[in-house]
Each structure stands twice: as C-alpha cells, then as structure tokens.
Write a new protein. Structure first.
Length: 263
C-alpha cells in the first residue's frame, strides 16, 4: 500500500508546479512510512484547481468516525449563517467550572474558542442553534451521516455521538467551503475560513482544525493549504491504543505538506 501510494503521489504531482514536483520527486517509501510510524491512519489531499486527489489508505478514507472537535468548523458556520452569533459579537462568559484544559477556564469568543478548541463554548453554540435548526443544516450541508439524534450538545463527541463522517466526506465539505459552494452565505464561509487560519509563511497559508477522540485513540487534522495561486484541502487521521491526538495528525500532515513543497 505504501509503495503504491508513494509512486502514485509522485507521478500525479508531476502535473503541479515545478517547485512542488521537484520536492515530491524526492519522497521515498521509507519517508512516507515514517510519517505514520506507530499509527495506522489515512491522508487525502485535493487540488481545487483541477480536482486531482491524492489518497493514502483508501479503506480508512471511506470509513466514518465521529468528527469530534473538527465539527467546530461546521458548528461555527451554522451559527454564523443562521444569525445566532456574529464573529465580532460572540463572547460568552465562563461559568466558573474548572476544566482540565486551562485555556478553557476563561471567557471565550468564537476565535479563541476555535483556537483553544473549547468544548463548553461550542456546546452553548449548539444550544443557541437549537435541535431542529441544527438537524436541518446538517441535511442541507450534506455533512457526513447528518445524524444529531444522540443529543444536541454531544452528538459530535466521543464514541457515543451519532454524527459520523469519513475523511472523504471531510475533504468534500472543505472543498465546498473553500470554493464558496456551500448553501450558506459567502460571508459566513469567509468568516469560518478566517477562524481556522493557522499560519502564513511566504506564499503558503495553512488552515485547519484538530480533533481527538476518547482516550486519545483517534485523532483528526482537517483543513486547507494555499500555495501560491492554488488551494488544496486535506484530511488526516491517526489511530493507536494511545497518543493518537489531533496534534499528532497535524504534525504528520505538516510534514507531508512540507515534503510536497506546499508549506
């Protein structure tokens, strides 16, 4: 599988920019394998300029799992499009309850809550959206299995959450988000893209959101990278008995993107 992926990736990337092609041609089977060392997982990236898609571990790319904190992208989009919140008027008071992650123990606005991956904030966002409106948006957006039945503030969380989405479906959703093709306002899509902007270096800009499952046995990193005049969307996940955090998925993704010449 790794050999086939490495060969197909190098051959396919020969059609992109000369700089990217030159760097991708240096990738070896060992380098690709090392990215996921200690984990099973998958990686998919799509070039929005021509629809070319590169895939690693096809079986997992089709498998649905709980989105966990990557759902904050969708939650924010629904809140903004429905008028429940505005980015500049989105502050919520901390309830004073101490939580394990220290950055969660303070007032949050939409940007800080996205950056800090603050669960309580987005649970309140879901309550403001409401059950019926949330379900309607999931269907309209065609996000994963569109199922919020397990509970308004928990359906995207943990092993018991009813919402499931595959890496393939994450990539499809992100492609529509970055191409302004979702059935919501363009301003909402623009605002959400800004919320998930992580860093810019030279001609490259990285967007993304991590997510981690229970007991850190599953981690996501989904987003996009803008390289010169092209945009690529991607989804990565990692699996292991422990330490499969979203931050590990991000680390793997950034390393692959760097070797592709996109970061």
């Amino acid at each position: 599988m790794l050999r086939n992926f490495a060969v197909s990736l190098i051959m396919a990337l020969a059609t992109v920019t000369p700089a990217s092609a030159a760097i991708s041609s240096q990738l070896t089977d060992a380098q690709i394998s090392d990215e996921f060392k200690g984990y099973s997982g998958s990686f998919e990236i799509k070039d929005l300029s021509d629809g070319t898609t590169f895939r690693y571990n096809d079986e997992i790319l089709k498998k649905r799992d709980n989105p966990n904190s990557t759902f904050k992208i969708v939650n924010s989009l629904i809140a903004l499009d429905s008028g429940v919140l505005k980015v500049k008027d989105s502050t919520m008071k901390w309830d004073g309850k101490k939580r394990e992650i220290e950055t969660h123990n303070k007032d949050q606005d939409m940007q800080s809550a996205m950056t800090n991956s603050c669960v309580w904030y987005f649970q309140r966002v879901a309550e403001k959206i409401g059950k019926e409106r949330m379900q309607k948006y999931l269907h309209t957006l065609k996000y994963g299995n569109e199922d919020s039945s397990s509970g308004l503030t928990t359906f995207w969380l943990g092993n018991d959450g009813s919402l499931r989405v595959s890496p393939d479906e994450q990539v499809d959703f992100l492609a529509r988000l970055f191409e302004d093709k979702l059935p919501v306002s363009k301003q909402s899509m623009s605002d959400v893209r800004q919320l998930i902007k992580l860093k810019s270096e030279g001609n490259n800009t990285l967007f993304g959101k991590t997510g981690t499952g229970p007991k850190a046995q599953f981690g996501w990193f989904v987003g996009a990278v803008k390289h010169a005049d092209k945009t690529y969307v991607f989804a990565t996940n990692v699996r292991a008995n422990e330490n499969a955090y979203g931050r590990q998925a991000r680390k793997i993704t950034e390393s692959i993107l760097s070797k592709m010449g996109l970061l």
